[in-house]
Structure formats: C-alpha cells, structure tokens
Write a protein that binds this ligand. Structure first.
Ligand code: SDX
Length: 377
C-alpha cells in the first residue's frame, strides 16, 4: 500500500480562501483587505483598521466617529467579568485570566444562550459581539496587570481614543504621543495574519456552527503557546537572561549547543524575514530614543546579527514587539494578552467569514496503530 502524502503541521497546505489578508513570502508583504499593512500603520488609528478587517473598507470620517461612540459604550470592565478575573489565582498566567474573562462575557451574552442550533449567530450579531470584545479587552488586560501589581482598577476615559485609553487604564497616566503612536502601530501589525494557528483554531470551532465566544476562547488557548503568540513574552525572558550585548555570543553558543529555539526568530510562512518587522523596529527605535535606552538597541542588534549570521533565520514580529512593550512599561507576562487585544479583530473577522462558508473543517488521518485484533476469551 502506498504511503499517504502527510503534510505535518499542514505546512504549505492551502485549505480555503480568505478575502481578509494576503501574506506573501515571495514579496515579503502583508495586505489587509488589499492595503499594505505598513501604510495602515503609518496613517490609521487601530479603530479604523479593526473596522476595515470586519467591513472590508476603511471607514469614512462619519463611520469612524460612529464606530468610536459604539466602542466607548463597551469599554468599562463589567462587574461580573471583574469578579471572574478576581477568582483567577494571581500566579496563574494572564492568558488564563483573559480566556476566563472572554468565556464569561460569552456565557453572559443574552443572545448567545438557548438552543445550540442558534449558537452561531447572524453576521450582524457576530459583528456586534466582535466590537464588544474589541472594546472590552483593553480593560481586561489592563486590570490583569494592575491586580498583579496590587493596584486598583482604573476606569476608561471617553476623551481618549483606543490606544491612549488602553495605556491610561494600564498605567493611570496619559502617555506621550510617541508612546501612543508606537503602541497603535503594534496593535495594527498584530491584528491579522491569515491562517495562523490561533486564527485557524477559531475557524475550526466556527466551522461546527459553534459560537464566536467559543472560537475566541479557543484561539486564546492556541496563541498562548511560545511557538506562536507566547514568543513575544519569551523574547524578554531571553533579553533578561542575556543581560547585556557583550554576553550575546556566549549565551548563543550555549543555547544553540542545547538545540534551543530562539524565540522571536523564524516563521512558518516568511522565510526571508517577517514583512512587519521593519515597521515595528522603527517604532521600537522611537521608544529607545524617547526613554534613552541605547542599551536595549545594542542588545537587540547584537543578538539579531549573531543569530542571522549563524542560522540564516530572521526575526519575526515578536522580536521587536517584546522590547517595545517592555520600554512602555508593560509587565512581560502582559505581552501576549496585548497580542490577544489586537488579534481579536482578525480572529472575529475570520469567524464571520468562516460562518458564511458553512463547511465543516475535518481533515483525514493515516492510521499507524495495531492491526485489527479482538478481545481474547
Ligand atoms: C507568530 O503563523 C503566523 O503567522 C504566526 C504569527 C502571526 O502573526 O500569527 O506570525 C505570529 O507566531 C510568529 C512566530 C513566533 N514564534 C517564535 O518566535 C518561536 C520560535 N520560532 C520557531 O519555533 C519556528 O521558527 C516557528 C515555529 C515559528 C516556525 O517553524 P517551522 O516553519 O515549523 O520550521 P521548523 O520549526 O521546522 O524549523 C526549521 C529548522 C529547524 O532546524 P532542523 O530541525 O531542520 O535542523 O529551523 C530551525 C529548526 O530547529 N529553527 C530554529 C528556529 N526557527 C526554526 N532554530 C532555532 N531557533 C528558532 N527560532
């Protein structure tokens, strides 16, 4: 019998179409609904990019104004969600807090109850749910960091747009424009990336006609892993472990001798470098100057040049994002929850697209266990 052509990890396998984003390793580019992500990061607030991912077009000024009113309506941390977060042990990973909070939001959604046959929801219902999750996640992530620091919850401010308000709720002070801009860029760059592991997880869950909240909770679980979203947190653990640039070579000698994966480098699709890195590195550079931290830039550049020279494997988006979030003041454990707050836009856009296709995702497997046998006696 001929061996089947198994594609481990679905590497290189095209399983469906999508109109949401195009990842092109040949040209090292990324388009959101046709727009180069670099142009969006240079010109748009994150709210406009979220709108684009869901609706397929950038908002007019009137549409953006209306969207901002709607987003502000759902920013405050609901009492029951705060109570659920407070039940999560302080030493649990913050991704478990975020997963728990989203799960409770879903369970509390009056429209998501009732018969499982209604779980999937209409496109209109799911767009409303997407906006609510988009608006609610900053307070969830900000409160998570503050409670771990023994600090009180900070209420949102309606006079601040999405990124500035996110930073306000986290740190309790108005961030400088250069910090807001760098943060806004990171959210746009993290928002969407076609069929990555967490997005595909959300699509598999949606393909059974389950609900959008279950899809997002599943996606959060997938994103937590260090081979995926958890890499931005792991990059800072590496930076802390190395300490200063003059320790890069010995550290890398040891890590590669132990055959360790160096987090923040490599990518399943991009093999000549991640198209998003130059834009995020430029944002990191503005933060290095703003906070006068040339030491961070030196460590970043030394590790990159050493690793690329030895392995020919290039940084991915998590490599510049980690030190950027560290400079802004986020705890390392908060980094992947920040990724959730951004990627919830891409995940939910894919949920809405998948729900419209009505096609159950169910691949085949090749059995290599024992031949058929029977219970004795
Ligand atoms: C994200 O898919 C997406 O779009 C994801 C993402 C998104 O926006 O959603 O872009 C976000 O997840 C970025 C990736 C973050 N992960 C990391 O930084 C973790 C470290 N990276 C590696 O684990 C790895 O590069 C992957 C998992 C990202 C991709 O790996 P592949 O494509 O499955 O390739 P592979 O693991 O088979 O590696 C091929 C070779 C191996 O060597 P050999 O076993 O053949 O000798 O390259 C080596 C690997 O050991 N290699 C690395 C490495 N990445 C690949 N060696 C050391 N360090 C690394 N980082």
């Amino acid at each position: 019998m001929t061996e089947p052509d198994i594609k481990k990890g679905l590497a290189g396998v095209v399983v469906d179409t999508t109109a949401i984003s195009k990842v092109n390793p040949e040209t090292n580019s990324l388009l959101y609904r046709g727009y180069p992500v670099q142009e969006l990061a240079d010109t748009q607030p994150f709210e406009a990019v979220a709108y684009l991912l869901w609706n397929g077009e950038l908002p007019t000024p009137e549409e953006l104004a209306a969207f901002r009113v709607e987003e502000r309506r759902h920013r405050a941390l609901a009492d029951n969600v705060k109570a659920a977060i407070d039940l999560v042990p302080l030493d649990a990973h913050p991704m478990d807090e975020v997963r728990t909070a989203v799960s409770l939001i879903g369970a509390s959604d009056p429209g998501a109850g009732g018969s499982v046959l209604d779980a999937g929801g209409s496109p209109e219902q799911n767009l409303e749910r997407s906006i609510r999750l988009f608006a609610a996640l900053p307070a969830i992530v900000a409160y998570g960091q503050r409670r771990r620091r023994g600090q009180e919850l900070i209420a949102p401010r309606d006079d601040l747009d999405y990124s500035a308000n996110f930073l306000w709720m986290t740190f309790g002070e108005e961030a400088d424009d250069v910090v807001v801009d760098a943060f806004n860029r990171s959210m746009i760059l993290y928002a969407e990336h076609s069929f990555n592991a967490s997005t595909f997880t959300a699509r598999v869950i949606t393909s059974t006609l389950s609900d959008i909240y279950s899809a997002v909770v599943g996606a959060i679980g997938a994103l937590k892993g260090p081979l995926h979203g958890g890499a931005n947190e792991a990059v800072l653990h590496i930076f802390d472990d190395i300490g200063t640039a003059d320790n890069v070579v010995p550290w890398l000698d040891k890590a590669l001798a132990e055959k360790r994966k160096i987090m923040g480098f490599g990518h399943r699709v991009y093999k000549k470098g991640d198209s998003r890195v130059p834009t995020m590195k430029a944002a990191l550079d503005t933060l290095v100057e703003h906070y006068d931290r040339a030491d961070v830039a030196e460590l970043y550049d030394t590790l990159e040049s050493e690793f690329v020279a030895r392995k020919g494997i290039y940084p991915n988006l998590d490599y510049p994002s980690g030190p950027a979030y560290n400079l802004i003041g986020f705890d390392t454990l908060t980094f992947t929850p920040l990724f959730v707050a951004a990627r919830v836009t891409g995940w939910t856009a894919h949920v809405i697209e998948q729900a419209g296709s009505n096609a159950l995702i169910r691949p085949l497997s090749h059995y290599d266990g024992p031949d058929e046998r029977h219970v004795e006696g």
